[in-house]
Design a protein around this ligand. Structure first.
Ligand SMILES: Cc1cc2nc3c(=O)[nH]c(=O)nc-3n(C[C@H](O)[C@H](O)[C@H](O)COP(=O)(O)OP(=O)(O)OC[C@H]3O[C@@H](n4cnc5c(N)ncnc54)[C@H](O)[C@@H]3O)c2cc1C
Length: 382
């Protein structure tokens, strides 16, 4: 009999082979050129990655968060950017799967699963990131439609994607503010345009964009859940999976940086022996591998709780916070191990050093994450 563990192993073996054959060989060149990996996207469609966590009844693979997190980590051990192409997309899908009407699930999820409709989540605005309830984008009811006006920024997949879950204000005067927030599925069309592609320190090859909504008409049937005022809670629900995914990226990057540092330290010789035999380097390697292992365990703990449908904001927050900081620290430590060569684009480690800090910002900054963890600690202790 095939068990869930067998299926997970099969999936991970397929991913590992794909990463080695297709992803690793192009990572440096595509990152340096900030080139969108179109062929990889086609391969991701064939692998079913755009439907990884979408239920099988809607055409997805129906994988658990735990297996999904391991896929994300394996990819990010080598190159983080491609994971963003399906990760943000699956947060959008998760909002529909958890909060959409049956009609919306049937209409959107199968097209999300194949990658025919691809995109992400549009929350951040030029004047509002952490304080999401202060967004200004407005959706006003007009007959059977809503008309959306405003600007979103830093939106992953904003250029190459064709659909976005967009957080708006349907009642800008609501008190409390979250009661006036609603989430819409917006397919690109007249009035929904790309303002500009944003330049970035790292996380290249995936598009980050400013998006402009100018009298964009969206059908009222695309209001997720069919009721106004639920958008903030829907986004918060989707972000639990989002945080596990960022944590999984961090755990993968922390391990990838450690593996690279170990391999280099065993080859590079100074004073007549490999630097891996110098105690100062050994201390770094030991700390790096411990961080990477601990990060992976925290990700697994959060993912298991998520799969058991238990509240996991504390666990997902801890995993996201620790794994992202581990990715930053390990990429910095690996730079030290590589010495002067760390500064060269001929080696992969400089990309890790540029990519990792994003993980401390996305899906709720690590400052906000610690506030969430502490609030949950207090509430659970009551
Ligand atoms: C490459 C990239 C991709 C992204 N992709 C997306 C995407 O796909 N969709 C999307 O919607 N957004 C996306 N973002 C935006 C990201 O989610 C926001 O940048 C993030 O939420 C932080 O918001 P902010 O930049 O406005 O910072 P701010 O909210 O202005 O925060 C600035 C600083 O103040 C701190 N801070 C804020 N409030 C508090 C507080 N109450 N207490 C203590 N400290 C506080 C923050 O932690 C941070 O250190 C992306 C960003 C980047 C860089």
């Amino acid at each position: 009999m095939t068990t869930d563990k067998d299926i997970e192993q099969q999936v991970l073996t397929t991913i590992d082979k794909w990463v080695e054959k297709e992803l690793r060989p192009i990572a440096r060149e595509f990152d340096q050129a900030d080139q969108y990996p179109t062929e990889l996207v086609e391969q991701m469609k064939a692998l079913g990655l755009f439907g990884a966590t979408i239920d099988e009844q809607y055409g997805g693979l129906g994988l658990s968060a735990s297996t999904y997190a391991k896929i994300v980590s394996r990819i990010c051990e080598v190159w983080m950017a491609p994971s963003g192409i399906f990760n943000s997309h699956l947060i959008m899908a998760s909002c529909v799967q958890r909060a959409g009407t049956e009609e919306q699930k049937t209409r959107f999820l199968p097209r999300f699963a194949t990658g025919e409709l691809r995109g992400g989540i549009g929350l951040t605005e030029p004047d509002a990131g952490s304080d999401l309830q202060s967004i200004r984008m407005v959706a006003r009811k007009a007959g059977d439609d809503y008309v959306i006006n405003g600007t979103k920024t830093w939106i992953s997949n904003g250029i190459n994607g064709n659909c976005l879950a967009v957080l708006t204000k349907t009642d800008p005067n609501a008190d409390p503010r979250h009661r006036g927030m609603s989430l819409f599925l917006c397919e690109k069309g007249e009035g929904f345009t790309v303002g500009k592609k944003l330049k970035k320190l790292g996380y290249r090859s995936i598009d980050s964009a400013e998006l402009i909504f100018d009298d964009f008409h969206v059908s009222a049937n695309n209001l997720i859940g069919g009721e106004e005022g639920l958008g903030f809670a829907q986004v918060a629900g989707g972000l639990e999976l989002g945080r596990i995914n960022i944590a999984a990226r961090g755990a993968g990057m922390a391990k990838g940086a450690t593996d690279m540092a170990l391999a280099y330290a065993m080859e590079r010789k100074t004073f007549g022996k490999p630097i891996a035999e110098h105690q100062a380097i050994q201390l770094k390697l030991a700390e790096m591998s411990t961080r990477a292992a601990a990060a992976a365990l925290l990700v697994e703990q959060a993912a298991i709780k998520y799969d058991q449908k238990e509240r996991c904001d504390l666990e997902a927050g801890q995993a996201k916070f620790f794994a992202s900081e581990s990715a930053v620290q390990n990429s910095l430590d690996a730079m030290r191990v590589f010495g002067g060569y760390s500064y060269s684009p001929e080696y992969e480690i400089e990309r890790f050093y540029r990519d990792a800090p994003l993980l401390c910002i996305g899906e709720g900054t690590n400052e906000i994450q610690r506030m969430i963890i502490a609030k949950q600690m207090v509430s659970r202790a009551r």
